[in-house]
Design a protein around this ligand. Structure first.
Ligand code: SAH
Length: 238
């Protein structure tokens, strides 16, 4: 008797079974729809056009960077608590700051304020090497473990005061500061390459100002990009 072809049976089971197809999709890429929706309605709609940044925002799972039970809110249009009185930034602000840096694949980037590690992951999608400094040891360790679980190999995290920068690995093509100092940290300017860019929130009034600094021939230019609200940059906590 003619035996049914095994490949034909597998084809019938997999491709003609809508329940199975639905299950495969939802198991493979959790929050896929929410992440795409976040990018189109919160980020593109507000004018961020850099395709590489939009792709990175579409691919990094923000839900993995927020503590349970906040993962259900991970794609909402807001900052969320990550413990130790700190927050993961609103997705739009992450995209806005990242695109302001005009990153190239070959860039080496320094981040001040690792927090959850989410911004570091976005940077790591776009550049060769990411260095990130976090002052709170518990957050640094948690971020390191999240990033390792997601397979990132081009991010180095250090526990310390980011106001001082990371001189051993300087100079950097770009620096992003995700906590608000009261003035522009001069050590960070020193650690920028010529033609380097730095984006930072400045706590010089209410609301804070998001500033893009560019270094050229030893001097700097500054441009205000937006109003923002970040946690303060801490110095030498006891
Ligand atoms: N980029 C983060 C969010 C940062 S919240 C993310 O993607 O989740 C700001 C972070 O800056 C907090 O974790 C806070 O502990 C850290 N921070 C504050 N002062 C600092 C300093 N002087 N040096 C390094 N990190 C600092």
């Amino acid at each position: 008797m003619h035996k049914p072809n095994i490949f034909f049976i597998i084809f019938i089971i997999i491709f003609l079974n809508p329940c199975l197809i639905k299950t495969i999709h939802s198991v493979e890429i959790p929050f896929f729809k929410e992440r795409n929706e976040m990018v189109s309605s919160q980020i593109e709609a507000r004018g961020v056009r850099d395709k590489r940044v939009l792709d990175a925002m579409r691919s990094v799972p923000r839900d993995k960077f927020v503590p349970w039970p906040f993962h259900r809110l991970a794609y909402s249009d807001e900052a969320l608590p990550i413990g130790e009185g700190q927050t993961i930034s609103q997705p739009y602000i992450v995209a806005l700051m990242t695109s302001a840096l005009s990153l190239k694949e070959s860039d080496r980037v320094l981040e001040i304020g690792t927090g959850s590690g989410y911004q570091a992951a976005i940077l790591a999608e776009l550049t060769k090497e990411v260095y990130s400094i976090e002052i709170k040891p518990a957050l640094a360790k948690q971020a390191e473990s999240t990033l390792k679980n997601l397979g990132y190999k081009n991010i180095k995290i250090k526990i310390g005061d980011g106001y001082l920068g990371w001189s051993e690995n300087a100079p950097f093509d770009a620096i992003i500061v995700t906590c608000a100092p009261e003035d522009i940290p001069m050590n960070l300017i020193k650690q920028l390459k010529d033609r380097g860019r730095m984006v930072l929130p400045l706590s010089n009034g209410y609301p804070q100002s998001l500033i893009l600094v560019e270094k050229k021939n030893g001097g700097i230019t500054q441009r205000r990009i937006s109003e923002v609200m970040f946690v303060p940059m801490l110095h030498n906590p006891k």
